[in-house]
Design a protein around this ligand. Structure first.
Ligand code: SF4
Length: 64
């Protein structure tokens, strides 16, 4: 699984962190998404998919 995020689209809602805190974080200053693990292992795969599905800005892209 390969994950990319578009920080220009992110609206700082935090849904990604709520769903997969191991994979995503938010910048302290403005809440914009930060990608912690670009290639999450199987143990984080479903959480990462949930995060992408929950993102209101469609800012998370996954290649399986
Ligand atoms: S869920 Fe989407 S819009 Fe919200 S912080 Fe994460 S990447 Fe940004």
């Amino acid at each position: 699984m390969l994950v990319t995020v578009d920080q220009d689209k992110c609206v700082s809602s935090g849904q990604c962190v709520l769903n997969a805190m191991e994979v995503f974080d938010q910048r302290d200053e403005d809440g914009v998404v930060e990608l912690l693990i670009p290639e999450p292992g199987p143990e984080y795969a479903q959480k990462t998919r949930n995060a992408a599905a929950a993102c209101p800005a469609l800012a998370i892209h996954i290649e399986e």
